[in-house]
Design a protein around this ligand. Structure first.
Ligand SMILES: [Zn+2]
Ligand SMILES: [Zn+2]
Length: 358
């Protein structure tokens, strides 16, 4: 018996070595293999276009701090044929492409505020949604000031836009698709939510959160059929999350662990690194994981997902330190968000189906 097993293993190894040898030395075999890999990697993840559900994918759960595992702020929502990107930080497009998510039908970008980690990826989303078939100007919603942000990108990329049109032709890159359409969302005060978009059963509302000196800064709520998702944007603990996120299915809330950031501050300070001051300053305009859990409880949401994770969490121990105290406040319905988390919320149901696109 043992001999038969050994002979079997030997045969498998021999086949693997011969197979590898053929691919290594034969261009024709290499091309056949590459063709299969390429086709597999450009297939679309079209399940998100199913109109019987609200679909939410996180394409960036990091912050301005470098993190090989997390792109900067980015989420994408598919509902009723509409597609919204919520914030657009560096690396968001890389994730959308890696997860093979469709962006040609992009309806618009919703900006919570204009910190660099929420806007630096806009040109990549603009170019790639244009290449994927968007023929109209890209609608960019945001607080007053969005005109300035968009005008800057428009100017900076105007030469590139010209090269693309000249090289591929205006039939492929429709000229209007190179443009931006800034849409100023004015939320007059903290007591109200303003409807930003309402079409085809999809309703987007904006409300104020607290991220001073960035003011105003917004959170967004997207409702589709009977399902809903709320984005906190960047904010310290704010009662508006409970007010305008009431009974939502999913709350995507930012979080910074001050006890960990303080360690960074001490470490930088010990080396005389001036950036210790930044670590000292940032906790005052973000929410802690425990505070986000309290807001989720007050809102009565089914699922809380942490995003905009500060600091970087390189391993399970760091994740545990980050989440310290959360289970005392909220023992169930909490996920530490990650790039590639896809939540599917079927209409007419309470279900939240979690998929991992990584
Ligand atoms: Zn911010
Ligand atoms: Zn931020």
């Amino acid at each position: 018996m043992k001999r038969v097993v050994l002979a079997g293993i030997g045969l498998l190894v021999a086949v693997a070595v011969i197979g590898f040898g053929i691919v290594w030395f034969s261009p024709a075999a290499q091309d056949a293999l590459m063709r299969r890999v390429v086709v597999a990697n450009i297939g679309g993840n079209d399940a998100v276009l199913n109109e019987d559900a609200l679909h939410v994918v996180l394409c960036g759960t990091g912050s301005p701090m470098p993190d090989p595992d997390r792109a900067q702020a980015c989420a994408i929502v598919y509902a009723g044929g509409k597609v919204f990107v919520v914030d657009s930080g560096l690396g968001g497009w890389d994730r959308l492409a890696r997860f093979q998510l469709p962006v040609g039908g992009l309806t618009g970008i919703l900006l919570t505020h204009f910190h660099s980690d929420h806007i630096s990826g806009i040109p990549d989303i603009a170019l790639n949604s244009w290449a994927s078939g968007r023929r109209q100007a890209l609608a960019v919603y945001g607080p007053p000031g969005v005109e300035t942000v968009v005008a800057g990108f428009d100017l900076a990329y105007s030469l590139d836009d010209g090269y693309r049109i000249a090289h591929h032709g205006p039939e492929f890159f429709a000229e209007e698709g190179a443009d931006y359409q800034p849409i100023v969302v004015d939320v007059p005060d903290r007591t109200m939510a303003v409807t930003v978009f309402e079409e085809g059963g999809v309703k987007v509302t904006a409300f104020r959160v607290s991220h001073e000196p960035v003011d105003p800064a917004y959170g967004y709520r997207i409702d589709y059929k009977d399902r809903s998702v709320v984005f906190s944007g960047d904010t310290k603990r704010d009662a508006n999350i409970a007010t305008f996120g009431e009974d939502a299915d999913v709350l995507i809330h930012e979080a910074l662990a001050p006890h960990m950031v303080h360690m960074l501050e001490e470490g930088l300070d010990g080396r005389g690194d001036r950036r210790a001051k930044i670590m000292h300053d940032i906790p005052d305009y973000h929410a802690t994981p425990v505070q986000a859990a309290e807001s989720a409880n007050e809102a009565g949401v089914k699922l809380l997902v942490y995003t905009h994770i500060v600091p970087r969490l390189p391993n399970a121990i760091a994740e545990r330190v980050f989440l310290r105290g959360v289970s005392d406040v909220r023992s169930d319905g909490v996920i530490l968000g990650y790039d590639g988390l896809y939540l599917e919320l079927p209409a007419g149901s309470d279900e939240i189906v979690e998929h991992d696109l990584r």
